[in-house]
Write a protein that binds this ligand. Structure first.
Ligand SMILES: Cc1ncc(COP(=O)(O)O)c(C=O)c1O
Length: 362
């Protein structure tokens, strides 16, 4: 079976985790601090803070910026639900702006239209590992005095104009969830530039504790464990190699699938890290039938995501209308994620392509 996800976990990870177990220190210790230092160095940003999930990273980013009831935050409708849920969770209102058909990331023109007097921030999602148009979005946010938050949950190592994503926004949120290009099982990292924000997030993630049992503000427990940090550190060491393998595999798939489906585009200014290799099937393709045929031939696929966020029952109840965002709606019906991970060789990629072609013809 050619799996959609194959983790790159080996002896190094085993040893790193065992070492933590044997050390007897399982929470908030030297590995968390080292992960934060090395991740910030990798992105060339002043600081990074490890937290318990990508969702927590988004929530804490919004809270640290003082965003809450009465505020609006512009988000794309074609993303994982956590992007918009984080906004609801802090009591603010998500406003959906459609994505561009080229990269399936926020369309800057749609963002301009979505901005109103209550808007406080824009969350740009680097969907599937392709950066959003950070130049245009930074400019829009600067002009309108808004915070740009990057949802880089799927984009460790992606670049725009030669700079790592995560380094453009006021704050950026990464996920270390089990299927991500770099993982600790569950986990997240927030990166930023401003020292005041760093301090606020540090308090928010750890019970508002300034020194042992001195609590100066309302915080939560959003900490990462030493076991997770040890795992993430080994994964960070392998990230570039794995991203390069994904990029090589994506280039092979692009050639094999040319003219068959719409292959993912990489803008000339971008480095796509192919967290997902998502193609667009011809309009009207019975997608589930294609997936079933491919699975019968031993090729696993997935759909990220079959519904836009405004279509989700929760958001419908809140009065959102999916008609707002036709590009997102169209993409959600046609998108299909194919295996692209670092463990695949040429023969397997050929099997993926042949199997897709056969399934489309049948
Ligand atoms: C775009 C996006 N945002 C946010 C998240 C939330 O991350 P986590 O699952 O680590 O909470 C994810 C993860 O799946 C994601 O893909």
């Amino acid at each position: 079976m050619i799996r959609l996800v194959e983790l790159s976990l080996g002896r190094e990870e085993e040893e790193a985790v065992l070492e933590v177990l044997r050390s007897g220190r399982l929470a908030q210790g030297p590995r968390v601090a080292e992960l934060e230092r090395r991740f910030a160095e990798y992105l060339r940003v002043p600081w990074a803070l490890a937290v318990s999930s990508g969702t927590a990273a988004l929530e804490l980013s919004l809270r640290a910026l003082g965003i809450g009831p009465g505020d609006e935050v512009v988000v794309p409708p074609f993303t994982f639900i956590a992007t918009a849920n984080a906004v609801l969770w802090v009591g603010a209102r998500p406003i959906f702006a459609d994505v561009s058909p080229d990269t399936l990331t926020l369309d800057p023109e749609a963002v301009k239209e979505a901005i109103g007097p209550r808007t406080k921030a824009v969350i740009a999602v680097h969907l599937f590992g392709h950066p959003a148009d950070l130049r245009a979005l930074s400019e829009i946010c600067e002009d309108a005095h808004l915070h740009l938050i990057e949802d880089a949950a799927q984009a460790h190592g992606a670049e725009a104009w030669g700079r790592k994503v995560g380094s453009f926004g006021t704050l950026a949120a990464f996920s270390l969830y089990a299927t991500k290009n770099m993982t600790s099982g569950e986990g997240g990292i927030i990166v930023g530039h401003d020292e005041g924000l760093r301090r606020r997030i540090e308090l928010l993630r750890n019970q508002g504790q300034e020194e042992k049992y001195l609590h100066v503000s309302l915080g939560m427990n959003y900490r990462l464990t030493e076991l997770q940090a040890a795992l993430a550190l080994v994964q960070l060491g392998k990230l570039e190699e794995n991203v390069e393998a994904r990029r090589r595999n994506a280039a092979i798939l692009n050639k094999l699938l040319k003219g068959v489906v719409e292959t993912p585009r990489e803008e000339p200014w971008a480095r796509h890290v192919y967290h997902q290799y998502a193609v667009l099937l011809p309009e009207g393709t019975p997608r589930e039938r294609v997936r079933k045929r491919m699975l019968e031939e031993g090729v696993e696929t997935a759909v990220h995501y079959p519904r836009t966020i405004p279509e989700q029952p929760l958001y419908r109840r809140l009065g959102y209308d999916a008609a707002c965002c036709p590009v997102s709606l169209g993409a959600s019906r046609r998108v299909l994620s194919l295996p692209v991970h670092q463990g695949l060789g040429r023969a397997e990629l050929e099997k993926v392509a042949t199997s897709l072609k056969r399934a489309l013809e049948s």
